[in-house]
Design a protein around this ligand. Structure first.
Ligand code: CAA
Length: 380
């Protein structure tokens, strides 16, 4: 296995890092405090090709590979994990469904705009009663001539408030479990579609999350992706790739925690010495760095398998499970190293701790990743 980045991937890393430092770092603490989304910066990310990274150029994308996507996601999330998740959902959930499952007319109409950031996409699977048990849906889409009438509620929708297009999983046949779920492309703003209030979250406060309501919402049958009954498989297969993106997001948060810890340990003096000379601090930094290296290798490995069109569900789950734990641990230790200052908002360290937690929850909790890993191993 060779994880050396190509010249092009190095360039993407440099570009993403420069963009994040110049355009995302200013105001990141304030945006978190006020729960403000970096709209302007997201638009710029679209112009740079960061919102449709793996979409071929013929559909207006950047035509890059999954390794490049991981590298860029890490850099963006290292500075602003909220921008990271907006980017991740648009790329690896929404654009990816168009690439893998939609027809050319659907790609022409929507993907060409999603790939440039002209449209922002959202992915809608969860419902109030179904998070990990994702197929236990109460929403329903009733066929009526050449349309479907949707009713019900979806929740925890990242990009929900500003999305132009949503990929929504809804049952079209009752009583046959996941085999009755279908996937629809839904344009926000159509009659019967509405959004709830912005959720007030612990972390990633610069990304918007809300509920989505369907009240006799009529959607043309041509907006179904692939065939009726394929929705759950589409969601599961797509989430495998999404989990690589979240692993990269976690990696970015952990890397930020490490860098801030090292800088502070070299500068802060106690008992007449810089705290980095104390074994207790060195041990924290060593464990952080080791786990980050392991997370990066797992994440790049999953991305490489995806690029090689090999199966990667288990590896993506391993990457997400490990990198998210690493992010949570690294951010917590970073606050500890900073002591009282770490607990203060202005140091930008407590935010890492709050942002890290979600990586163990969304796109499948750590416990669900363990289910995916164990099932895969037992089937081998
Ligand atoms: N990859 C590919 N296919 C998969 C799969 C995977 N990881 N997991 C399940 N499937 C397929 C199965 O092969 C099966 O299809 P076939 O009939 O074609 O074989 C079908 O899905 C049903 O599988 P199961 O019987 O195993 O389903 P289950 O009900 O036992 O659930 C689960 C499996 C792994 C627990 C699944 O429900 C799951 O992943 N839950 C977590 C849901 C999740 O990740 N939600 C994230 C919400 S989206 C989000 O967070 C985005 C955001 O805003 C940031």
């Amino acid at each position: 296995m060779d994880f050396k980045l190509t010249e092009e991937q190095e360039l993407i890393k440099k570009t993403a890092r420069k963009f994040a430092i110049e355009h995302l770092e200013p105001g990141v603490i304030e945006r978190d405090d006020l729960a403000k989304t970096p709209y302007e910066q997201i638009k710029m990310m679209g112009e740079l090709g960061f919102l449709g990274m793996m979409v071929p150029e013929e559909w207006n994308g950047a035509g890059m590979d999954a390794v490049s996507y991981v590298v860029a996601m890490e850099e963006i999330s290292r500075i602003d994990a909220s921008a990271g998740v907006i980017m991740s959902v648009n790329n690896s959930l929404v654009c990816q469904i168009f690439l893998d499952w939609a027809n050319d007319a659907q790609r022409q109409k929507y993907l060409t705009k999603l790939a440039t950031g002209e449209y922002i996409g959202a992915f809608s699977l969860s419902e109030p009663q179904s998070g990990s048990d994702a197929s236990n849906m109460h929403t329903f889409a009733e066929k009526d001539g050449d349309s479907y009438i949707l009713n019900g509620t979806k929740n925890w929708i990242t990009n929900g408030l500003t999305s132009d297009v949503l990929m929504v999983m809804v049952p079209t046949t009752k009583g046959i479990g996941y085999k009755g779920i279908s996937c629809f492309i839904i344009e926000s703003g159509i009659p019967g579609f509405s959004r709830g209030a912005k959720e007030n979250k612990l972390g990633i406060r610069g990304s918007e999350t809300c509920e989505i309501y369907f009240d006799n919402c009529r959607v043309p049958a041509e907006n179904m992706v692939n065939e009726a009954g394929q929705g759950f498989r589409i969601a599961m297969k797509t989430l495998n790739g999404g989990r690589i993106g979240i692993a990269a997001q976690a990696l970015g948060i952990a890397q930020a925690a490490l860098e801030k810890s090292v800088a502070y340990a070299k500068e802060r003096k106690q008992f007449g010495k810089t705290i980095g000379t104390f074994g207790a601090i060195q041990s924290k930094i060593a464990i952080m760095a080791t786990n980050i290296e392991a997370s990066r290798l797992l994440t790049l490995h999953a991305a490489q398998l995806k690029d090689e069109h090999k199966s990667y569900a288990k590896e993506a789950a391993m990457a997400k499970q490990f990198a998210s734990q690493t992010a949570v641990d690294a951010a917590r230790e970073c606050v500890q190293i900073h002591g009282g200052y770490g607990y203060m908002q202005e140091y930008g360290v407590e935010r890492l701790m709050r942002d890290a937690k979600i990586t163990q929850i969304y796109e499948g909790t750590s416990e669900i990743q363990e289910v995916v890993i164990a099932r895969s191993i037992m089937e081998e």
